[in-house]
Design a protein around this ligand. Structure first.
Ligand SMILES: Nc1nc2c(c(=O)[nH]1)N[C@H]1C(S)=C(S)[C@@H](COP(=O)(O)OP(=O)(O)OC[C@H]3O[C@@H](n4cnc5c(=O)[nH]c(N)nc54)[C@H](O)[C@@H]3O)O[C@H]1N2
Ligand SMILES: Nc1nc2c(c(=O)[nH]1)N[C@H]1C(S)=C(S)[C@@H](COP(=O)(O)OP(=O)(O)OC[C@H]3O[C@@H](n4cnc5c(=O)[nH]c(N)nc54)[C@H](O)[C@@H]3O)O[C@H]1N2
Ligand code: SF4
Ligand SMILES: [Mo]
Length: 884
């Protein structure tokens, strides 16, 4: 048996420690009981990591112009095209678009190459879509991008306010820690979210505010704190500036509570309760995430929250503080190295003193002197021809950027596009050069989580094919561009030490980001580095809370920032009357390149679904399960409709995960609004006005196959991995006979002869199946009028079985009727224990009224706990049904 390797989960910013090991060729993972972030827990995604490691679909060799190439040829071409483009058009004609999923060492090199040596600051990251408003808000208030608190604060608080954060699904292990602490000390939880999210389901109070009205809510809170004497005059006087002006603007914005209740569309009693709890609870932590950041006024939302904490002195102390929680595993590390276009490096910006300092440290005479293009601007520059060479690393902008159709146009027009990825994506389709990167389990380096804790990711798998770690790819390219002296690295430890040394360089305490104590870490200590929180100043104990008193502004005081409430960039109107928000599902990670491979993770949400408020669904006479078209001013999407009571009237929700690899046109990117926040450049991904209409569907189909296809020419398809292969849902607007022809073309010519083939023209149905030499099902294709496909559970079991088809099953395939209909679990709710919606509903009917009782009857919710909030909601819904 092999040794267990201590590493870190590559998904969310909680940064859980993982113990991974290889038994033969089977990987196994479990939570690291010694990691301070998770103390042994993992959520459904972390627990399924071992199932994402199969090499099918991995990029294993560089490609140039769609053909396999050697590393030498590919890297020479990258170096030559970047060098030539700069020689002809200047440094600002090239760009890098990178990712919070790179390791710190990768990120540091990409930033150093672009800003220090190519001479432009055109390196931006998907953190622009994610954390940029928090960064800008922190810098306005604290002079530096600092998250003051620690995870323990959530456990030591008496009140935890989650603003625009679905912690239950997006940071599940931290959510479980919070719920465990609440069971001990009775912590109150308030959720501020237009949607009744899974986190809201667990809250003591949910404020379903009008989308975009957060500033008004927190301005009203500041006014309330002042009016009730809940502010801390000593803290305000000694450690802050700007209180009077900030309060004055808050009071004029929110003159009384009635005005706030109306503006935010909240019940006055709920609002009063929240204000009262906040005013009277010193130990308060406010956690905020994308409902705050992804807004045209995200930076103001951040400062509106910070203002309330600064006015009460609740910052940097046990159980208190504002807490911007990061999304990606290394969003924080990217901010440390300076991966955003408007930062230089190591929390320094572009002042003359800072550019001088960094240029001396790097020995970089050609350093960028001004901020570069931010993500939305960068793709627009590529579209309009200003940007002529672009290198994308570890992110999938063709899917995840707003107004993604224009982004694709930009990628099509850009004369030279390089993509470093581990797999094919919507973005690699536009690449002139594809570089195969090492994936989780193979790569090795550091990441920093939401509480500033640096952890090692360690390799436990060999590099497959010709894949190479990102830092090596970047260093190789840099050497070929003529910068061998500045990129001599042989190991990642050297890079980490240099990064740590830069944070400490000429830093006499004016930058809190200081990793000086790690700047001469021997290789062996780097390899063995335990999770370490910064600051890690030389000669001091690392870690701890920050900003309680001293703040890294020139005068040492934190700034309250006056902010005024403004609505969304583009409100709803007659043409686009519904407000769409986009966000995350429990078991998927982003554009599904890894979690989409795991049947049990996919089972929670196997199809792209638009949630629509009941009032609109009724007004439009839409039914659950209808295929609907979503039109926004920017683009279109197609998804299955689900009527929702968790949404406010007038609102809809679409997951951000679906890409062109998993569905015909269900991505949120083309629909989303590219309008950005003026301070942070972060796009308003949480609000876009839309119109919803029923799509005309005349036939539907189901294809079970072992092949990995991407159908073209159909109105709609989506797919999910299932045991034994893939299940494709198909739909078309043609009459069933034509649909049959279209669908039939999906079958490979070679096997069309081995088919069990049955058509009933009158009924509009057609069924076909292919068996291998052993009589096992390899393909099944069924076409029928909408809603008339045969029993799905039975069909899936035939594919999963791997046994020769029994005569009864053969006959049943022809007749379209399952021999004995299998019990249908319904959509899977508990991914760990494989428990479905229908199992839970029958447990409720059998008398289970608590999550614990459901657990005893079905085992749902007894492992990672990620599904417990949903089970609570289901119990509630079932009991309402029963009461009707
Ligand atoms: N399962 C899963 N977990 C993840 C990820 C994933 O892909 N899957 N991704 C990670 C990443 S990179 C990130 S950034 C985080 C994101 O984590 P979260 O920010 O928690 O997740 P989202 O679902 O994007 O959005 C949060 C909530 O914002 C609400 N919202 C929309 N508009 C408003 C508004 O105007 N005001 C307020 N107050 N709320 C609003 C939405 O209804 C939604 O419930 O998750 C991380 N964790
Ligand atoms: N409408 C809408 N859009 C959104 C959001 C939203 O809420 N709504 N959220 C935004 C947010 S917060 C985020 S963070 C983004 C996320 O959006 P993306 O960053 O585009 O999403 P991912 O699918 O995580 O892309 C990561 C890519 O890196 C690859 N990869 C994985 N490991 C490695 C590696 O080690 N090296 C390299 N080179 N590649 C690797 C993966 O295969 C994948 O293709 O989406 C944003 N877009
Ligand atoms: S909470 Fe889940 S996704 Fe996030 S780091 Fe932990 S195991 Fe990974
Ligand atoms: Mo994110």
């Amino acid at each position: 048996m092999s040794v267990e390797v201590r590493t870190t989960c590559p998904y969310c910013g909680v940064g859980c420690g993982v113990l991974a090991r290889l038994d033969g060729d089977r990987a196994q993972v479990r939570g690291d009981p010694d990691h301070p972030a998770n103390l042994g827990r993992l959520c459904s995604k972390g627990a399924a990591l071992a199932e994402t490691l199969a090499l099918g679909g991995r990029l294993l060799q560089p490609e140039v112009a769609g053909r396999p190439a050697t590393w030498d040829a590919a890297l020479d071409l990258v170096a030559r095209r970047f060098t030539d483009t700069i020689a002809q058009h200047g440094p600002d004609s090239v760009g890098f678009y990178v990712s919070g999923q790179l390791l710190t060492e990768d990120y540091y090199l990409a930033n150093k190459l672009m800003k220090g040596f190519l001479g432009s600051a055109n390196i931006d990251t998907n953190s622009r879509l994610c954390m940029a408003s928090s960064v800008a808000g922190h810098r306005r208030a604290f002079g530096e991008d600092i998250v003051p608190g620690t995870y323990e604060d959530l456990e030591q608080a008496d009140l935890v306010v989650l603003v625009g954060s679905n912690l239950a699904w997006c940071h599940p292990v931290l959510h479980q820690r919070l719920l465990a602490a609440r069971a001990q000390r009775g912590t109150r939880i308030v959720v501020i979210d237009p949607r009744r999210s899974a986190a809201a389901e667990d809250a003591d109070l949910h404020l379903p505010l009008r989308p975009g009205s957060d500033v008004l809510l927190f301005n009203g809170l500041l006014a309330h704190l002042a009016a009730t004497g809940a502010t801390d005059p000593d803290h305000i006087a000694q450690h802050t500036t700007g209180f009077a002006d900030t309060l004055a603007l808050a009071q004029s914005d929110a003159p009384d509570r009635a005005r706030v209740a109306k503006g935010c569309d909240l019940h006055p009693a709920d609002l009063a309760r929240f204000y009262d709890w906040f005013a009277t609870t010193p130990r308060t932590v406010t956690v905020y995430s994308q409902g705050v950041n992804q807004s045209a006024h995200g930076t103001d939302k951040v400062n509106a929250i910070l203002n309330c904490h600064l006015a009460t002195g609740r910052i940097g102390r046990e159980g208190m503080g504002p807490f911007s929680i990061t999304g990606q595993p290394n969003a924080m590390g990217g901010r440390e190295v300076g991966g955003l276009a408007n930062q230089l490096a190591a929390h320094m910006a572009f002042t003359p003193a800072e550019t001088d300092r960094v240029s001396r440290f790097w020995t970089a005479p050609n350093i960028a002197m001004k901020p570069g293009l931010k993500a939305v601007e960068m793709f627009e520059a590529a579209r309009t021809g200003r940007l002529k060479a672009l290198w994308i690393m570890g992110t999938n902008p063709a899917t995840s950027m707003p107004d993604a159709t224009r982004v694709r146009e930009a990628l099509r027009r850009c004369p030279f596009v390089v993509v470093s990825d581990v797999t094919r994506t919507d973005t690699t389709r536009f690449a002139h050069v594809i570089l195969p990167a090492a994936a989780w389990g193979e790569k090795d380096g550091t990441v920093t989580n939401s509480e500033r804790r640096i952890s090692r990711q360690r390799a436990f798998l060999p590099l497959p094919g010709e894949a190479r770690p990102d830092w090596e790819i970047i260093a190789e390219a840099a050497r070929r561009m003529g910068f061998a002296d500045a990129f001599p690295y042989q190991t990642r430890a050297e890079i980490f030490r240099e990064h740590a040394a830069l944070t400490a360089f000429e830093n006499d305490g004016d930058r809190l980001l200081d990793l000086g104590a790690l700047s001469d870490l021997p290789d062996a200590d780097y390899d063995a580095l335990p999770p370490t929180q910064w600051p890690a100043r030389r000669g001091t104990e690392p870690g701890g809370r920050l900003l309680a008193t001293r703040v890294p502004t020139p005068d040492g005081r934190a700034r309250l920032v006056p902010v005024r409430h403004e609505g969304p960039a583009r409100p709803v109107d007659r043409d686009f009357p519904i407000a769409l928000t986009t966000g995350r599902l429990r078991d998927q990670w982003h554009t599904m390149t890894r979690t989409g491979l795991v049947p049990r993770l996919m089972a929670h949400a196997p199809e792209p679904v638009l949630d629509l408020a009941r009032r609109e669904a009724q007004a439009l006479a839409l039914q659950d399960g209808d295929l609907v078209q979503i039109d926004s001013p920017h683009g279109q999407a197609l998804a299955r409709l689900r009527i929702s009571d968790a949404l406010r009237p007038g609102e809809a929700f679409l997951p951000m995960h679906w890409s062109g690899l998993y569905a015909a046109r269900a991505s949120s990117g083309p629909v989303s609004n590219p309008a950005t926040d003026a301070h942070s450049g972060q796009p308003e991904l949480k609000h876009v006005p839309i119109r919803v209409t029923r799509a005309t569907v005349r036939w539907s189909g189901l294809l079970l196959t072992k092949r990995d296809l991407r159908p073209t020419g159909l109105l709609h398809w989506s797919r999910a991995p299932v045991p034994g292969g893939w299940a494709y849902e198909l739909a078309g607007a043609e009459p069933p006979a034509e649909g049959t022809l279209l669908a039939r073309a999906l079958l490979p010519a070679a096997i069309r002869d081995t088919l069990i083939d049955y058509a009933d023209k009158r009924a509009g149905t057609w069924r076909a199946a292919a068996l291998d030499a052993g009589g096992r099902l390899t393909e099944a294709l069924l076409v029928a009028p909408p809603g008339r496909l045969p029993d799905r559970a039975w069909l899936l079991s035939l594919l999963a079985d791997g046994q020769p088809l029994a005569p009864a099953d053969r006959r049943a395939l022809l007749s379209g009727r399952a021999p004995t209909p299998l019990p249908d679990k319904g959509r899977i709710v508990c991914a760990c224990m494989n428990v479905g919606l229908n199992d839970i509903a029958s447990a409720v009917r059998a008398g289970a009224t608590t999550v614990e009782a459901i657990g005893q009857l079905t085992r749902a919710g007894t492992n990672c706990g990620s599904c417990r909030s949903e089970i609570r909601e289901l119990i509630h819904a079932q009991r309402l049904l029963a009461a009707e």
